[in-house]
Design a protein around this ligand. Sequence first.
Ligand SMILES: NC(=O)C1=CN([C@@H]2O[C@H](COP(=O)(O)OP(=O)(O)OC[C@H]3O[C@@H](n4cnc5c(N)ncnc54)[C@H](OP(=O)(O)O)[C@@H]3O)[C@@H](O)[C@H]2O)C=CC1
Ligand SMILES: O=C(O)C1=N[C@H](C(=O)O)C[C@H](O)C1
Length: 248
Amino acid sequence: MTAGIRVGVLGARGRMGQEVVNAVNGADDMDLVAALDAGDDFAALKQAQVVVDFTHPEAVMGNLEFLTGNGIHAVVGTTGFSEERLEKLRSWLAADPSLGVLIAPNFALGAVLAMRFAQQAARFYNSAEVIELHHNRKADAPSGTAAHTARLIGEARAEAGLAPGEDATTSEVDGARGALVDDVRVHSVRLPGLVAHEEILFGGEGETLTIRHDSLHRTSFMPGVLLGVRSVLTRPGLTVGLENILDL
Ligand SMILES: NC(=O)C1=CN([C@@H]2O[C@H](COP(=O)(O)OP(=O)(O)OC[C@H]3O[C@@H](n4cnc5c(N)ncnc54)[C@H](OP(=O)(O)O)[C@@H]3O)[C@@H](O)[C@H]2O)C=CC1
Ligand SMILES: O=C(O)C1=N[C@H](C(=O)O)C[C@H](O)C1
């Protein structure tokens, strides 16, 4: 029998971390070698070939500094990545050209497809808004997925030479029109009972287009996470977005 991929999990006691531990334990080609959370000794991670990080935007860069500094590949679901953070990560990776890090704003297949569909639709509509809906234990707003979606729409609009659509609002209660991300309005809803949901709305002459994705359970993220673990070993450098691995 061949040995499985040695996998560590950071954030193992969290909502996502617990699912990842179960998924890795259920995968025939993986061996869980460390399941750690805040305050644990990271020494056990050194046995891992790949570490999966679902922790906190404030913790993830410290974790990645440790992992890249110790020659450990990483699959990262934690949110909070600015261009500045990605640049820093690229500089750490440059020191070891064999090492791979995959960061995915969303590991659910449907969410990745929804983002791609939105990117395709964006050049046909000046007006687009994003509504993301999540459970009320979520630390960050807007969601990483919504921010990434807005960025993709902004880029597609710019490539097509489109300006953001008209908006006659002149009087506004602070926040009523959402946050502006890359010139796209993003609205965040937080309610118990929700998991992770996103609607991308486009408006044109006499019509609207709505693209919606719902993660109804955190198991929805697991096929993408396991695919990431299998892929990152042979993808040196930084990969941002599961769409690159799914070849969309
Ligand atoms: N990309 C994707 O597909 C998805 C991404 N996410 C993202 O994943 C992240 C985690 O989400 P979720 O699981 O709901 O959050 P949770 O708060 O449930 O879990 C995070 C866990 O990480 C722990 N933690 C914090 N800092 C560290 C550290 N330095 N090292 C190890 N563990 C640490 C926390 O401990 P403590 O509570 O003690 O601080 C907690 O147990 C968020 O950024 C979320 O947006 C979530 C779902 C899908
Ligand atoms: O915190 C969550 O739950 C989620 N976080 C990610 C995000 O911010 O986009 C992915 C998914 O939406 C669930």
